[in-house]
Write a protein that binds this ligand. Structure first.
Ligand code: CS2
Length: 500
């Protein structure tokens, strides 16, 4: 009892610069003097993905290139700042596979700013000449665009706010344009804007969105932004959300408490369009591929990995599978995903020099990783923003070639079945999506009429564009699967499809 009072909760110390030296042998720690690191990159959206991906590449480089430290900013919630500030920006990346969990402590994030409460500090830093790159992982919805067309959504509340208050912006486009406007006014060369989100043609798409926002503010600003470099990227690493059990396990491995360790897989890939007029770190020395045209890589990854992921997420969740590795334990699902990639996605890809069959097999292995614990529910989020680039682009190509797309069509039908918000046992699904309210209203109107549900959802032009909703072949394929999902359930529908 006395001991409990003397040592409440835990006797573990918190990970920080002063406790770093206590990390057990075998735990990799920064191999550079962090006090010498200066910021060269501002990263907007300092979430788990960035910390498992780009921040690790930069960590590999800082020893010899100390002027490329990262200042991270969170646009929505201050939770990352709250977790990392007491840790001097240090955190653990824990790589998990069947062989165990391998922790490494990352030091490349030298500061985290909360955009809401530290907006001026953040904008001043973004406007300063030492920042050469502003990178982003703000998720699909963070760009405030229409996912079907890739154009700025001028009616988005944050965009309307930022147009009315351009010097105190909330949105990512608003922040970028205000910082670029300040550079323009001060005669400072623009930074390169590097989106690391899973958008199709992310460089060109984000440039179109940001340039439009700038032009709405002022024509001259639009022209200035039109001259800014927006290198495209293909980013890949699977990063499940961290749980309390993960925190406990990591504490045991590193001998200190880390409020927000990042859990991930061994695989990592980063393909970057080499277009940085104001300079860049030698990312290639850390394993990134610098290429002239990144779009074929992006398309491959979005259609193969993310298309499979979303299909497994909706069907898998409805079938009662909590994790992707559980879905992969079901042979029918494996056959479905194997077929989706091989028969339907691969023929739409033109990737000279890449063995797509080997890429597919590697993806299947990654999905099987039993230690990763990647929730189907996590991937199911924001489907309205994800479907166009993951499933619908592939379907459009198949339609244009007069080819079938049964498995992709089932993926779309599963999304429609999922967003009604009730699972096969009649329990509520926590549907997270910017269009969730509208989709629930469509579902309520449709009642138990699958055809009406299809019609209502297919009329969402932000998702299906102005073409797919009216396409008869698309309608017949998806509506038939949707009907099956209601009539015979997910397991049976998948079984029937893979048997035919
Ligand atoms: C996933 C991605 O949550 C999702 O939608 O499909 O985050 C996926 O894990 C990454 O793109 C992998 O690189």
């Amino acid at each position: 009892m006395v001991a409990l009072l003397l040592f409440p909760e835990s006797i573990m110390t918190r990970l920080s610069a002063s406790t770093l030296a206590n990390a057990p042998a075998g735990v990799r720690v920064p191999d550079y003097d962090r006090s010498q690191i200066t910021p060269g990159i501002v990263h907007l959206g300092i979430g788990a993905f960035h910390r498992a991906h780009m921040a690790v590449y930069v960590d590999d480089l800082l020893k010899h290139h100390p002027d490329w430290g990262i200042v991270g900013a969170s646009l929505r919630r201050p939770d990352t700042k709250e977790a990392l500030e007491p840790q001097d920006g240090l955190y653990t990346v824990a790589v998990r596979d069947a062989s165990g969990t391998h922790p490494r402590i990352i030091g490349s994030i030298i500061k985290v700013l909360d955009a809401n409460s530290q907006r001026e500090e953040l904008l001043a830093l973004m406007a300063s000449p030492q920042i050469k790159i502003v990178s982003l992982t703000v998720t699909e919805k963070g760009y405030c665009h229409d996912p079907a067309t890739g154009e700025l959504d001028q009616h988005h509340p944050d965009i309307m706010h930022d147009l009315a208050n351009p010097t105190a912006p909330k949105s990512a486009p608003g922040m970028l344009v205000e910082a670029l406007a300040r550079r323009h006014a001060a005669g400072v060369t623009p930074f390169a804007v590097m989106s690391c989100d899973n958008l199709p043609s992310n460089g060109a798409t984000v440039k179109r969105i940001v340039a439009k926002f700038a032009a709405l503010r002022e024509a001259a600003l639009g022209e200035f932004v039109a001259g800014v470099a927006f290198p495209g990227t293909m980013v890949d690493r699977i990063v499940p959300s961290t749980t309390d059990a993960d925190r406990d396990m990591v504490a045991g491995l590193i001998g200190a408490d880390d409020a927000w360790p990042i859990m991930t897989e061994p695989f990592t890939q980063w393909v970057i369009e080499d277009h940085f007029p104001d300079g860049r770190p030698p990312f290639e020395l850390a394993g990134a591929q610098l290429v002239e045209d990144v779009e074929p890589f992006e398309r491959m990854k979005l259609r193969m990995l993310n298309g499979s992921h979303s299909t497994m997420a909706y069907l898998g969740y409805l079938a009662g599978y909590e994790y992707i590795s559980d879905v992969m334990g079901d042979d029918n699902f494996v056959a479905l995903i194997h077929g989706l990639m091989t028969e339907e996605a691969m023929p739409t890809l033109d990737m000279p020099g890449v063995d797509l069959g080997a890429y597919r097999d590697q993806l299947l292995d990654r999905f099987r990783n039993p230690a990763l614990k990647h929730r189907t529910w996590q991937i199911a989020m924001d489907g309205s923003q994800k479907l166009p680039q993951r499933l619908l682009g592939t379907i459009r190509d198949r339609l244009a070639a007069g080819q079938p797309f049964e498995r992709l069509g089932l993926g779309v039908a599963a999304w429609m079945r999922y967003v009604i918000g009730i699972d096969e046992k009649g329990e509520t699904i926590d549907v997270r999506d910017p269009l969730a309210m509208r989709m629930m209203a469509i579902a309520a109107d449709a009642g138990d009429d699958a055809e009406a549900l299809y019609e209502g959802l297919a009329a969402l032009t932000e998702v299906f564009g102005s073409d797919l909703g009216d396409n008869q072949t698309f309608g017949e394929t998806v509506a038939t699967h949707l009907d099956d999902l209601f009539e015979i359930g997910v397991a049976e529908t998948v079984a029937e499809l893979v048997e035919t």
